[in-house]
Design a protein around this ligand. Sequence first.
Ligand SMILES: [Ca+2]
Ligand SMILES: [Ca+2]
Length: 377
Amino acid sequence: MRIHKIIICLILSVFTSEGFSQVSDIVPPSYLISNVSIDENFYHLKGKEKVEITGNPIIPVYYTFDGTDPKLEGKGLNPTAYKIAAGENYVFETEKTHIIKARAKFGTKWSPLRELKILATPTQASFTNFKVTELAYHPNGEIIGTDTIGGKDYEFIEFKNIGPDALNISGVRIDSAVEFVVPDNTVLAAGDYFVVADKPSKFFDRYGQDPSGNFTGNFSNSSELVWVEDADGNEILSFTYFDTDPWPEEADGDGPSLTSVEVNPTGDPNNVAYWKTSSFTHGSPFFEEGNFSSTDSKVNTINYLIFPNPTSGHLNVEGIQKDSQISLTDISGRNIFNKMADHNLTLDLKSYHITSGLYFLSIEKDGMRSLHKLVLR
Ligand SMILES: [Ca+2]
Ligand SMILES: [Ca+2]
């Protein structure tokens, strides 16, 4: 009886005084650095320091180092998350930049997210893995109702951290063609993208997600120097693009962007061999085209009718041939569903518990595939 009471006391201690039933009341994990509790969501390292992720006395905590949430959409457990058993803490020493995201988990219920960005002072060598991976300098426009939206509103430039460690990119400046300074306390996780756009609202309309930042000015539609430097004014990378042969001419107003040939580029972006035309009509901000390459299956050129796109959930697909395989993937290539269909199909995307953003609908028949970009609002 006494043990029973102790257990009830411990469980209640997980929650605030608001009560047991509120999911958001599970107390999130906390952080100590050099034995001092950290209240902000960032910390500037003063050399090598001890970091402690404080677990929970009676329920486990899950954390990631890759910038993703330990809780998946639909409340499942992210396979990249590490576990801290109930009653334990995780301690490590570091002098590197990290982004940690952690939540406590009680059954199927999760605590709020607790994020900590640990920022080391970058050196010039830190930026070796910061690469330009895409440029939409002359996107095509859009006619929405009676409005014509100029192509320049859709300009963006994409960078990627191709290294194994998170990167402190605070103060990085894009200069010359367009102007932008990365805000303080910005960490780019390993493998993550940083996309700076001309008009965030237009970017959202087209791609279903917010850009990382907003530049001023515009990229020339013919040729221009792009200069990127660190907070101290040291060059990180620079290149001049062109809109004429041998540079890919389709990137000059036909719709596609300039995209790096390599997923993790190693060459010089001044060299035309660094670049190719995007295989997607409006480029591939925040994702890597290799995940969706259609080179291994023939492209199906049938004109399907897919509407509305962007959609707020309900989607109609018309013109499907008998026994076609329909599948939906997110931008990381994660499969959302596969189903067989013929003729017409009506889908309720919200029933798959997916969030707003960019998705790919693939329609495959007899080894011929047709891939469609889909924006869920
Ligand atoms: Ca332009
Ligand atoms: Ca891309």
